[in-house]
Ligand binder design. Sequence first.
Ligand code: HEM
Length: 479
Amino acid sequence: MSRISIASDHDSSDALPVSQGRIADFADDPVVCMRRLWARHGEVAALEEGTQRIHFVFGPHYTKQVLSDATTFHSRFFALRGPRRSSHRRVTSGLLSMNGDEHRRHRRMVMQPFQKSAIGAYHETVCEVADELVSGWQPGQLVDINAEMTRYMLRLTSRILFGLDNAELAEHVGELTERWVALNHALGPAAFSADDASTDLYEELLAAAGELEVAAKEMIRSRRDGKPGSDVLSLLLRAHDEQGGITDEQLMGHIVLLFGAAHLTSAHTLTWTLLLLAQHPDVMRQLHEELTTVVGDREPRQEDLDALPYLDRVLKESMRVLPASSYSQRVAAEPTQLGPFSLAPGAVVIFSQFITHHLPELYAEPERFLPDRWLDLRPSPYAYLPFGAGPRMCIGAALGMMQLKISLPSLLRRFKFSLVPGATVNARVMSTMLFPTTSVPMRIESQDGQFTSQPIGGNIHTLVDFPSVSGASPIRKAA
Ligand code: HEM
């Protein structure tokens, strides 16, 4: 099994902000490990085990150094790329595995369907898929809201990326991608510490990549033969045919990556936002008032996106407290200095949205969900980065925000959501994403504007400081 090489640098550890420990501790629980490193060393630190070392940057200063310099710090998102001519190697060949000129050239092309001007074309699809979702719900129903949001985003992402005329194949590609992403996550820790028990999973991953490749190629072929639509694949095929410079295999790598990058991040953001709203009735009440005044009973429109300032603050705060993408990594491509560390080529550097978003010097009472803090807060792009920052910032940020801002009003105008009393909600960062690791059981009732929170347990309390159930959450009013 391939394994990321964690290069050691040449400094003696004596005077450096280095903690000795098990590299596997980071893979086991990234948040606990990073919180410990930050508390001990501050904004730049390293975890060392024998000759292996991983570097960490927390806060805007060093995060900016690492993310703004794509020449020195390369992306190597998929630690396991598979054998040279394998399906896994090909399906991991999208933007996240590219660097330098190749990355710039492909990014320019892949970004076209995600420009702000192109996003409006997907609005109707979001409304339709959201309507299908809520039409299937009954008042009084108990659901695992994360399973619902994951299915919803699977359907929505399939339609936006691949178009409607071959919905069955689109959803099949979606499901295969989901399984392949899950295997990548399950194997993520193997990137940091080799583990023989992972061998079976690795073989499963290679097999899943093979199936995914067959289905994705079939999707591309059928899209090419059909009538071009306004879905992302049609637009990419047009760019591919008109501008050239990209092979069918690279196109397939992009499509698979787009799907993997879009679907779970958006689903988890919806789950975390609904959970935070359910446990903060005062915030939910204020949001309900805004939605009733601006949107009322109709479908949310494109122009509503700029007319819902409280929803905007709720989403910003939700993605600050529980960022769906909680860390990512870069690899030094050349010798460089990072604070006190002299990095050799191959040195791994982790940056973390979760830790940066919870730094008390940037965000007072960081564990509290306080949407109104955004009334007068303007953090730098490297202090608030739910979509990353710099030349590799998420290309789907505008689409992702549009989906969230249309989906939430669509759900909340018909239904209200409350957690099942006594539910245990656990969360964990796996690979780079903040997942719920338990179900998130919620009762769905007709929307009547009355909101109460419920007592819940689980490690979610180590990430968010919820108001006591009987008390109200403090809200600063707009001046
Ligand atoms: C709430 C939803 C989303 C979140 C939280 C999110 C988060 C992120 C983050 C943090 C990165 C940077 C990773 C790094 O620097 O290593 C990223 C990159 C990326 N995202 Fe998203 N994303 C979301 C939605 C989407 C959507 C809807 C798409 C497209 C359909 C997408 C496509 C991509 C791609 C292609 C990249 C790689 C860009 C590059 O390397 O040049 N994402 N995303």
